[in-house]
Write a protein that binds this ligand. Structure first.
Ligand SMILES: [Zn+2]
Length: 126
């Protein structure tokens, strides 16, 4: 049986080793628990926090998402018309607040997949 691709595992928030176990136990839309993360993969037992403070590195990816939002909102407002600065600031703030759960999760998912030092292992995939 062909395994899930890395990009599909990232999009679905799956474990980098088995690509089947969920990284987050609750839905993205659960606004009180979207930050809760499994300590270990429920399928293969991989410890997600590779070392103490591992996910502090995910802040760099979150920062890149924020910069992308700043640029996207700025370009969108400049294309749509000549708006005062506070429109831009309000637009960026609202966009970042609305996208925060997605940014939080995908910064951790991407950081674990690309900087966690864990490769796909078919022995853990059934
Ligand atoms: Zn796993």
């Amino acid at each position: 049986m062909p395994g899930r691709s890395r990009s599909a595992a990232i999009a679905a928030g799956k474990c980098p080793r088995c690509r089947q176990g969920e990284m987050f136990p609750y839905s993205l839309y659960n606004l009180t628990r979207f930050t809760v993360m499994h300590k270990f993969c429920p399928v293969c037992g991989l410890q997600y926090e590779r070392e103490p403070g591992f996910f502090f590195g995910a802040m760099y990816i979150s920062y890149a998402f924020s910069v992308a939002i700043f640029v996207a909102v700025g370009v969108a407002l400049s294309v749509l018309g000549d708006y005062p600065l506070y429109y831009y600031l309000i637009g960026v703030t609202i966009t970042i607040i609305l996208l925060f759960p997605i940014m939080f999760r995908y910064s951790r998912i991407l950081f674990l997949h690309f900087f966690g030092g864990v490769d796909f292992d078919a022995r853990y995939s059934n």
